[in-house]
Design a protein around this ligand. Structure first.
Ligand code: KG4
Ligand code: ZN
Length: 353
């Protein structure tokens, strides 16, 4: 039996999970509401909240798993990428535990963990859900990253394409901000889009070569579209609307605007994923990361998968957004291949695979 304790603290969630032989026994997340009033994550406040949360969160994860700290065989933690102060809280805590318990330490890459969230065992109607076979493709869409990953084994992955500017999550959050919605706006755009017409307004699809993505042009076109109260997507002084006209336009068309923005973000993502699947001739295709919680993306991905004869895989919502269960499953596979770190390992805001 192999029992892993995992800690995730890369951004504004303090999370801990226990997994045994690849099965998740507990998955605890403390969210940090303090950032809402600032319209985005404040790194220093995130670090302080992690310090306050980390002991109770780990304690609850052990209790829920009916585990004693001495039952743990290894400690996995998010080493990179993320906010450096936030990562340091989790990594230093993991290192201290490893030293005190004399148990191995496993450094985990947050984006690789998002990919492997698709391997977390789950059940529907009393049956085990099927899992992707290697090699598979994963579209990983989060607040800081947008990548198409070729996953050859749990410890061997290659990025085939990624964003050259904003991430998909940022495209959602920045669009929401332009609409006057609070942070994080992605889930709110999702909510309003469900009542809107995705074909009502047209936003441009960027022409980026290969499998890379770009979202900054979309953001600019949404900005002009709103400043022009829906008359145009391009900058023209004669179109500029008065503040009240702009706000009334948003108020009267919010569901249609959200549905149209969401539909364009989804088509940008899925067109590249389709291209990657054709190029690699891979039929097992997954999505992962916070944006994979989006109901429109989940639906369109399933529909595309049916048309393309893919086997599609989507993590359960609680494993899509940031969580420690994905760090635990990645830690488990790294444990099996004996990929341990020593105490000199340090957290890193940016890191290669
Ligand atoms: O993976 P994640 O939880 O954290 C990072 O690693 O960044 O992703 C967070 C991102 C945020 O941009 C958030 O707005 C977006 O995921 N997100 C969504 C939805 N739920 C979370 N975007 C669109 N629709 C959603 N339902
Ligand atoms: Zn994430």
């Amino acid at each position: 039996m192999t029992t892993i304790l995992a800690i995730e603290s890369s951004c504004d969630e303090t999370a801990a999970s226990v997994c045994r032989d690849g099965k998740i026994l507990s998955n605890i997340i403390a969210e940090q509401k303090v950032h809402e009033q600032y319209g985005g994550v404040v790194p220093e406040l995130a670090s302080r909240a992690h310090i306050q949360n980390i002991v109770p969160v780990i304690d609850k994860a052990l209790k829920d798993a009916k585990c004693e700290i001495n039952d743990i065989d290894a400690i996995a933690f998010t080493q990179s990428p993320g906010l450096i102060g936030a990562l340091l809280v989790g990594s230093e805590f993991a290192k201290s535990l490893s030293l005190a318990l004399d148990k191995p330490l496993i450094a985990v890459h947050h984006m690789q963990a998002h990919v492997l969230s698709n391997l977390i065992p789950s059940m529907t109607g009393g049956r085990d859900d099927p899992k992707p076979s290697f090699p598979f493709l994963c579209l990983t869409v989060s607040g800081g990253h947008t990548q198409i990953v070729l996953c050859e084994s749990p410890t061997k992955m290659k990025v085939l394409g990624e964003t050259i500017d904003d991430a998909a999550g940022e495209a959602f959050d920045k669009s929401a901000k332009l609409l006057g919605l609070p942070y994080p706006g992605g889930p709110l755009i999702d909510k309003y889009a469900q009542q809107g017409d995705p074909d009502k307004f047209k936003f441009p699809e960027p022409q980026v070569p290969g499998l890379d993505f770009s979202f900054s042009g979309l953001k600019t076109s949404i900005l002009y579209f709103l400043q022009n109260a829906g008359k145009s997507n391009i900058y023209k002084e004669e179109f500029m609307a008065a503040e009240k006209e702009k706000n009334d336009f948003i108020k009267n068309n919010l569901p249609d605007i959200c549905a149209s923005i969401q539909s364009r973000i989804i088509s940008i993502l899925l067109n590249k994923l389709k291209k990657a699947a054709i190029q690699t001739n891979i039929k097992d295709v997954c999505i992962a990361g916070g944006v994979s919680a989006n109901s429109g993306l989940r639906k369109s991905f399933e529909e595309l998968g049916k048309k393309q004869h893919w086997n599609t895989f989507i993590p359960k919502i609680e494993y899509s957004t940031d969580n420690a269960a994905m760090i635990a499953i990645t830690g488990y596979y790294k444990y099996l291949s004996e990929e341990f770190s020593d105490l000199s390992v340090s957290a890193s805001a940016r890191a290669k695979w």
